[in-house]
Design a protein around this ligand. Structure first.
Ligand SMILES: [Zn+2]
Length: 262
């Protein structure tokens, strides 16, 4: 994996992080420093980012482990500043299996959010607001990735759902059309709200088209001979609300949740 560091091996799958992630960490630290100007705030900002990407890693592991149940192994998982990518060696042919693999990622984030809600409720443990922030991030990750814009998770689930009814090719064509419509909307929103959405719109547009082309010339019974299936988890949604930019202050533990537009 060029330009990446190996983080380690989880459940037999190598996890890597791209070097550009270091830039994101530095930027998160810098933003926190500008906001609060304390080392504690910097630490908190960086810890939050690492925790969010830990959640992204678990999201990808969710895809990988459910895929393994259906006999598909995962080459590796890569974390990048805009999200995680699990490179699956193939795709289970049965629509039911594909449906389960697609939903496994968002399901992991929902489970983490539920666990965090329980923790904050039962123990009142908030870790300077990290628990609530992480809860929100995981909810956002789940909901954002469930947008039915093929090849995002929601779009893959939709394709699988349709494939059981109209066959894989027709289902893919419909999912790609819908995905491209959503990509245009995302790009327009991205122009005014969050430039990261432009990147994701481009990903949806081109990756969706590539997958549809890969199916051309194959019947519904073929799996389209995809070399690899990529499960990408964009993280754009959670970036909007802002960063915790104030650590513990002298008047007690206080965290200010400010909108900084990242
Ligand atoms: Zn996913």
């Amino acid at each position: 994996m060029r330009g990446s560091w190996r983080l380690g091996r989880v459940a037999g799958i190598d996890a890597y992080v791209h070097w550009t992630f270091g830039l994101l960490l530095a930027w998160a630290g810098w933003t926190a420093w500008q906001g609060a100007g304390t080392g504690a705030a910097v630490l908190l900002g960086v810890a939050f980012l690492v925790a969010v990407f830990g959640s992204v890693l678990l999201h990808e592991l969710g895809h990988a482990l459910v895929a393994r149940r259906y006999g598909v192994s995962t080459r590796h998982i890569l974390l990048t500043p805009i999200g995680g990518i699990a490179s699956l060696e193939g795709m289970p042919r049965a629509p039911k299996a594909e449906f389960a693999v697609a939903l496994a990622g968002p399901a992991v984030n929902l489970a983490i959010a539920a666990a965090l809600a329980l923790v904050s409720r039962v123990t009142a443990f908030e870790a300077f607001g990290l628990v609530d922030g992480l809860l929100y991030a995981n909810l956002s990750l789940a909901l954002f990735n469930l947008i039915p814009a093929f090849p995002m998770d929601g779009g893959r689930a939709l394709r699988a759902f349709l494939a059981g009814r109209v066959g894989r090719r027709a289902a893919t064509a419909t999912a790609v059309r819908l995905g491209r419509g959503i990509a245009i909307a995302m790009a327009l929103v991205g122009l005014f709200v969050n430039p990261m959405l432009l990147l994701i719109a481009a990903f949806v547009w081109f990756a969706g088209g590539a997958e549809a082309r890969a199916l051309d010339g194959f019947g519904d019974d073929d799996d389209g001979s995809f070399g690899r299936e990529r499960y990408a988890a964009p993280v754009s949604a959670w970036q909007r609300p802002g960063v915790y930019d104030r650590g513990p202050s002298s008047g007690g533990m206080r965290v200010v949740f400010v909108r900084r537009g990242w």
